[in-house]
Design a protein around this ligand. Sequence first.
Ligand code: NAD
Ligand code: SER
Length: 320
Amino acid sequence: MFKKILLIGALGQIGSELLAELRKIYGAENVIAADKKTNPPEKIVNAGPFENIDICHKDSLVAIVKKYNIDCILNMAAILSATGEQRPKLAWNVNMNGFINVLDVAVEYKMKQVLVPSSIAVFGPETPKNAPQETILKPTTMYGITKVAGELLGNYCVKKFGLDVRGLRFPGIISNETLPGGGTTDYAVAIYYEAVKNKKYTCFVKEDTRLPMMYMPDCLKATIDLLQADFSKLKHHCDFNVGAMSFTVKELADSIKKHIPEFHVTYEPDYRQQIADTWPDSVDDSAARQEWGWKPDFNLEAMTADMLKVIGEKHKQGLI
Ligand code: NAD
Ligand code: SER
């Protein structure tokens, strides 16, 4: 289907695990990892091609596309919500101007497909708490603004240029390989590491904060299923809601306490509370289910058992 895939943002929380999955499916030499970071871990460099890239510089993107004859780009490079509120112009530059470069190059070099994640951050305080597929999109963060504009731009390219652009609105992603990169939902990852290492955690949002979340294996499955979906069956393109689970911090802590009874959480909400308060509790993902068969595998209890097992093993081996 694709001859050469370029995965941008390959050293990030999602990119680093997606890279391994794509290389299993398409062959290591056919998936080119690229990131702005200049220090890729050896296991990534040794496993297949790696290139330094800044998507804000179109020339560096063009050079890689030409060098490898790329026909599909997955763009995981972004500035997430919490960092985006601290550095809004950087978020605009990477998430908008960088993404426009990706779309320009994809049109110019006739890519078969571009896939870019969107986020629950497209929603805002006026969105219903179980966010419908079609709803009010008035985010109050710079990250959310760039994600709404990115969805619209991607959909525009489908109509205007016949470019196959796809995207899905991820909830908070929870994982145990690469730490998250500056989002509001990062507490839902940190809590597991602190539970294993110190049996206590100070959370930066309140205990009744409820958000939609997803475990990494489901995030990888959703991405690859959408990548491989039959284009003719898609009515939506860059804005699929995808859900998996929804919980408060207290419910998350209680699921950990079933394994580590002495675990204790204290709460010191900071600026990220205001961001979390503008996002929905859950999403209606029936369009993704109908159009490309989306169905998650993990609920909170299954995810907690797996997270604690993997992180516990790393702790025993002195890796964290
Ligand atoms: P991350 O911050 O962990 O990784 C992003 C990667 O992009 C980093 O390795 C970074 O070095 C790289 N990058 C940043 N600027 C770049 C540039 N100018 N050029 C090239 N590379 C650059 O992010 P992530 O969590 O892996 O997110 C991947 C995608 O998924 C993003 O579009 C994000 O908005 C979306 N998303 C993530 C979550 C989540 O919970 N992780 C939730 C919803 C949506
Ligand atoms: N996890 C992401 C964030 O908190 C949601 O897009 O920014």
